[in-house]
Design a protein. Structure first.
Length: 388
C-alpha cells in the first residue's frame, strides 16, 4: 500500500532510548546538544515580534508564487547590508530550507539522478533525497589545520547522472567556511560539467571573525547556476516562524529558466502564509540583537571549553570558524556511539557521537555552543573527567 520511498528504518537508536529512560526516571541529564535557540535563555523582543504578526493586510489574499514583494525586498535588504546585490526578482520564498532543497531537487533531478553532498555534515539530506527520489553521493572533507574539500575525490564521483553539488557554508557541525578559492574551483567544475551549486548558508552570519563578513555564494558570479538558501530559523533565531528563501544566480539564460520553473513549482503549493511574509522586515531585523547574544554565548562557551581542555591531554577540539557547534576529539577506545552511551549513563551528559554526522572515524563528539553557560560548564567538566 505504501511507497518504498517512505520505507525508512524507524527503530529508535540506543542513545535516544537511553536518554528517554533517564529523563523518565527524573535523573538530571545535562544536554550538550541544544539546537533550539528559543529554549536556551536568549532575550527576544517579544512585543515587536507579536505586533508584526497583526498587520492589517493579513486579511487580504494576494498570492504570489515567489512570495510577497515586500517580503522579498526585506530579504534583498538583508543582503544589501552585507554589500551584496540580490534583486527581489531573483528570490523565491519557502517555508523552510528543507522546502527549498525539495524545490531545487525537483527542478534539477529526474528519479534516480545524483546530488553530491559533503561528509561530514548534518543528517537531514537522506530523508529529503528519499522523498524526491534523488540519490545522494558523499564527497569527503578532510581536516588539516582546518577543513578542506577533497576536490580530487569530488571530481572522481561526478557521473553523467550527477545534477548538482551541495555545499554547507559554514558546515554543520564542523563550523568551517568554504574558502574563496574553493568557491571558485567549485564554480569552474560545475560550469564545465553543467552542474548546479546548492549552497546552504543558514549559519553564514555566525562567524567568529571580527573582520569583514564571510563571502556568500550569492556573489558567485555567472560561471555556474547557483541556488543559495537561508532563513530566519538561524539568522534571527526564530525557527518557529517558518520563513526561508532561495536566491538564484548564474548564467543569464539558465537563471531565467530556473526561476520560471521554480515559480511553477512554488505556485503548485503556495505554502507561504501572509502573516509571516508581512512580518518579514521585523523578523529579519531581529537578527542584530539575536546574533550578538548568540555569538557572546558561543565565545563564552568556547573559552570555557578551551580552558578545561588546557588542563588535560586526552581530548582536544578541532578548529571552527563559525556556527553553533564544536567538534571534540576524544580517545577512540570504542565506537563513538558506545562512548556517548557511557557518558550519558555514567556522567549524565548527552552529546552527539560523530557517526551521526558521518565522520570518517571514531573519536569525535559534537557539542552545542548555545547551551546555557552553567550547563555547558558542568557538562564539559564531567565529559573531560571521564577521559582522565
Amino acid at each position: 500500500m505504501f511507497s518504498t520511498r517512505t520505507n525508512w528504518n524507524r527503530s529508535t537508536n540506543r542513545l535516544t532510548e537511553t536518554l528517554a529512560r533517564l529523563q523518565s526516571s527524573d535523573r538530571e541529564v545535562l544536554d550538550l546538544t541544544a539546537s533550539n535557540p528559543t529554549e536556551c535563555g536568549f532575550r527576544y523582543d517579544g512585543a515587536s515580534i507579536l505586533k508584526s504578526l497583526i498587520h492589517p493586510s493579513i486579511l487580504q489574499y494576494q498570492p504570489d508564487p515567489r512570495g510577497l514583494r515586500s517580503a522579498r525586498e526585506a530579504v534583498s535588504a538583508y543582503y544589501s547590508a552585507r554589500d551584496l546585490r540580490v534583486s527581489p526578482d531573483d528570490l523565491l520564498l519557502t517555508t523552510s530550507t528543507s522546502e527549498a532543497y525539495s524545490y531545487a531537487f525537483r527542478l534539477l533531478c529526474n528519479p534516480g539522478d545524483e546530488i553530491l553532498i559533503p561528509t561530514p555534515s548534518y543528517p537531514l539530506f537522506d530523508f529529503l533525497a528519499d522523498l524526491q527520489d534523488v540519490k545522494l553521493v558523499r564527497y569527503p572533507l578532510f581536516y588539516d589545520h582546518g577543513w578542506h574539500i577533497d576536490f580530487h575525490a569530488l571530481e572522481q564521483l561526478i557521473t553523467p547522472t550527477t545534477r548538482g553539488i551541495i555545499v554547507v557554508h559554514p558546515n554543520n557541525p564542523t563550523g568551517h567556511y568554504t574558502r574563496p578559492k574553493e568557491m571558485e574551483r567549485l564554480a569552474q567544475i560545475c560550469a564545465f560539467k553543467k552542474l548546479a551549486i546548492i549552497a546552504d548558508e543558514v549559519f553564514l552570519d555566525f562567524s567568529r571573525s571580527t573582520g569583514a563578513s564571510q563571502r556568500s555564494f550569492v556573489a558567485n558570479g555567472h560561471a555556474a547556476l547557483t541556488f543559495t538558501m537561508s532563513g530566519v530559523s538561524k539568522i534571527s533565531a526564530l525557527p518557529q516562524m517558518k520563513m526561508a528563501w532561495l536566491a538564484v544566480n548564474g548564467p543569464k539564460d539558465l537563471k531565467r529558466e530556473a526561476l520560471a520553473r521554480l515559480e511553477i513549482i512554488a505556485d503548485t503549493y503556495l505554502s507561504m502564509n501572509a502573516p509571516i511574509q508581512l512580518a518579514a522586515p521585523v523578523l529579519l531585523a531581529q537578527r542584530h540583537a539575536m546574533q550578538q547574544q548568540i555569538m557572546t554565548r558561543v565565545e563564552q562557551n568556547l573559552a570555557t571549553l578551551d580552558s578545561q581542555l588546557a588542563d588535560q591531554r586526552a581530548c582536544s577540539r578541532l578548529e571552527m570558524e563559525g556556527g553553533w557547534y564544536a567538534v571534540l576529539r576524544v580517545p577512540a577506545t570504542r565506537s563513538d556511539e558506545e562512548i556517548a552511551l557511557e557518558l550519558l549513563e555514567s556522567e549524565g551528559v548527552f552529546v552527539h557521537p560523530g557517526h551521526f554526522y558521518d565522520f570518517p572515524g571514531d573519536g569525535h563528539m559534537i557539542v552545542s555552543l548555545i547551551t546555557r553557560e552553567r550547563d555547558f560548564n558542568e557538562g564539559i567538566e564531567r565529559l573531560l573527567a571521564a577521559f582522565q
